[in-house]
Design a protein around this ligand. Structure first.
Ligand code: SF4
Length: 262
C-alpha cells in the first residue's frame, strides 16, 4: 500500500522507489513473523515445503544447497531436522513460532517485523522465544521492528521504543529512558495501568474514558479528552514531536519530565 501521507525510508531510499525498482530485492531485505504461529503456517503443507518456498523464490536455491540451508535454519531455531516432515498441527505454539522465525530468516533479511510474536504463547515459552530472537539478532546482525502491547516484553527486547496512540507515534526514546522517565501522559498512563506481579491495585482512569472515534477525530491532540494535563492549547492544534537534548521525543505541549538545556 502507498502511504496516504509521509514516507518510509530504508537506508536513505524511499520505500516506494525501492518497490518500483525491485520488489523481489525488497522482499529479501524485510521479512515478517506473525502473531498466531499456527495459523500463519499453511496447514496443508509440510514444514519442508513452507521453508523451501522462500529459499527457492527469494534466494534461488535448489537441490542439495536448498536441503542444506533448510537444515541450517532448523538448527538456528533449535528444532530437530526430522520436524521438517511434519505438519503445523503437530507442533506446540512455541515450536510453530520457531518455524515462523526460520521462514523469516530463510530470505536472509536485514529487517524482521515481528507483530506480537509471543503474545499467543505460554509465558514460560515466551522467554525461550525472546531469548532465541536475541541470539539470532546478534548472530545475523538483524534489526527488529517489534510490535507489542506487553510493556514487560517491550522493555526486555527494545533498544528504542516508539509509543503509538490513535495512529501516531506520540513518544520515542531509548528503552531505558522511556521506562524511567516517560514524557507523554499517554505513556505514563500505559505504565501505570500495566499489571505487574506483586503490584496491588492498578491505576485506572475514569471508566467512561474511550479511544477517539476515527471517523470523527477530536481537534488538536487526540489524547486531550483523557489527559489530566490538557490545557486550552491542546485542542487548538496537533502537537508535533519535540526533539529533546537526549533524543527523547514527545508529541505533547506540556510533557512530563521535560528535557531542559544545561
Ligand atoms: S498535548 Fe496536551 S492533551 Fe495532549 S498529551 Fe500533551 S498535555 Fe495532554
Amino acid at each position: 500500500d502507498r502511504p496516504t501521507e509521509g514516507n518510509i525510508t530504508l537506508t536513505g531510499s524511499d520505500m516506494n522507489d525501492l518497490i518500483a525498482r525491485d520488489r523481489h530485492a525488497l522482499s529479501r531485505r524485510i521479512q515478517y513473523v506473525f502473531q498466531d504461529p499456527i495459523s500463519s503456517l499453511n496447514p496443508r503443507k509440510l514444514i519442508r515445503e513452507t521453508l523451501a518456498a522462500p529459499l527457492r523464490y527469494l534466494r534461488g536455491l535448489s537441490g542439495d544447497a536448498l536441503n542444506q540451508r533448510m537444515a541450517e535454519l532448523m538448527d538456528a531455531v533449535n528444532l530437530r531436522p526430522e520436524f521438517l516432515d511434519r505438519y503445523p498441527h503437530e507442533f506446540s505454539g512455541g515450536q510453530a513460532q520457531r518455524v515462523g522465525i526460520a521462514r523469516a530468516l530463510a530470505a536472509e533479511p536485514e529487517i524482521v517485523v515481528l507483530d506480537e510474536p509471543v503474545s499467543a504463547l505460554d509465558v514460560s515459552v515466551q522467554a525461550q522465544v525472546l531469548n532465541l530472537l536475541a541470539d539470532l539478532k546478534k548472530k545475523f546482525g538483524l534489526t527488529y521492528v517489534f510490535i507489542s502491547h506487553d510493556l514487560s516484553v517491550v522493555e526486555a527486547v527494545s533498544d528504542r521504543v516508539a509509543v503509538m496512540y490513535f495512529g501516531r507515534v506520540v513518544e520515542q526514546a531509548k528503552g531505558r529512558a522511556l521506562f524511567d522517565k516517560p514524557r507523554h501522559p499517554y505513556t505514563r498512563l500505559l505504565l501505570d495501568s500495566a499489571p505487574v506481579p506483586g503490584k496491588r491495585g492498578l491505576t485506572v482512569e475514569d471508566a467512561s474514558a474511550e479511544l477517539p472515534d476515527p471517523l470523527s477525530p477530536p481537534p488538536g491532540c487526540a489524547f486531550a479528552p483523557r489527559c489530566p494535563r490538557a490545557q486550552d492549547d491542546c485542542v487548538a492544534k496537533v502537537p508535533d514531536a519535540h526533539y529533546g537534548l537526549e533524543n527523547h521525543d514527545a508529541a505533547c505541549f506540556h510533557p512530563l519530565n521535560p528535557v531542559t538545556s544545561a
